[in-house]
Design a protein around this ligand. Structure first.
Ligand code: ADP
Ligand code: MG
Length: 254
């Protein structure tokens, strides 16, 4: 069966003054896939995401989300998507339950805060303020809030940056769970193990251009087919395996 395109980006360009951050990129995201944007700092990943999220104006090109043209109906697109807020976006005096209730009001949705918090292993934090959460808890909460308006697509911009290995793996499981319920996920990350684990396909962005777009497996196979070999004899484990083995798999931050 032909996969349905839920995001179509064509010839997208973004200039800031006389600097061109996004230089005519095109890609499609299929419904229910986890799609990654990978690339060095400054490559144009966040700019691209924020344009699709309707938070930033593009210079030229077309963006279609779930069949809707961004130029014609950004308000409908806003209702279809979930965007992770930066931490400054949370009212400082409200606890997590109150924040969820507030978002429910904004989106005209009826979500049970207790159930939502439990899904993200935050049931003990119902009365805590956002600022008092650990890094992993903050990320889990901000992903939880993206789901309140029951979006078809969520956008996660470096959701695991700065987290410890356990918290990172815990978030991977949650992202897979979100996808298993039918949501499409667009994610950026600097962790290649994460992209390999999560992404069905990823685009490698460099200086505002997409230089590759494939499944992680295909990208690796292409490199190997071109004669690439790792220099070092690969050991059966790496230091991250040592860390996880010694400190356990459970979340430690709570
Ligand atoms: P990435 O998310 O891949 O690290 P960004 O999309 O944030 O990259 O930024 C791409 C380029 O655009 C960078 O060189 C950045 O400095 C520049 N840039 C981003 N936002 C602005 C802005 N508001 N004004 C000027 N330049 C910007
Ligand atoms: Mg960025």
């Amino acid at each position: 069966m032909e996969k349905r395109k839920i995001i179509e980006v064509k010839d997208l360009v973004k200039t800031y003054g006389d600097f061109t951050a996004v230089k005519g990129i095109s890609f499609d995201v299929y419904e229910n896939e986890i799609f990654g944007l990978l690339g060095p700092n400054g490559a144009g990943k966040s700019t691209t995401l924020e344009i699709i999220e309707t938070l930033r104006d593009k210079t030229s090109g077309t963006v279609i989300v779930d069949g809707i043209d961004l130029d014609k109906d950004p308000e409908t697109i806003k209702k279809l998507i979930g965007v992770q807020l930066q931490s400054s976006g949370y009212y400082p005096r409200l606890n997590l339950t109150e924040l969820i209730t507030l978002f429910c009001g904004l989106y005209n949705q009826d979500v049970n805060p207790k159930e939502l918090l439990a899904t993200f292993n935050l049931e003990d934090k119902a009365k805590a303020m956002f600022k008092d959460l650990s890094g992993g808890q903050k990320q889990r909460f901000s992903i939880a809030t993206t789901l309140i308006n029951k979006p078809k697509i969520i956008f996660l911009d470096e959701p695991t940056t700065g987290l410890d290995p356990q918290a990172r793996r815990n978030l991977w499981d949650l992202i897979l769970e979100v996808r298993s319920k039918g949501t499409t996920v667009v994610i950026t990350t600097h962790y290649m193990d994460e992209a390999e684990f999560l992404c069905d396909r990823c685009a490698i962005v460099d200086s505002g251009r997409i230089i590759a777009l494939e499944s992680p497996d295909a990208l690796i196979d292409q490199l190997v087919a071109g004669g690439f070999e790792r220099k070092k004899e690969v050991k059966k484990a790496n230091l991250e395996d040592v860390f996880i083995h010694m400190t356990g798999k459970g979340l430690r931050e709570e």
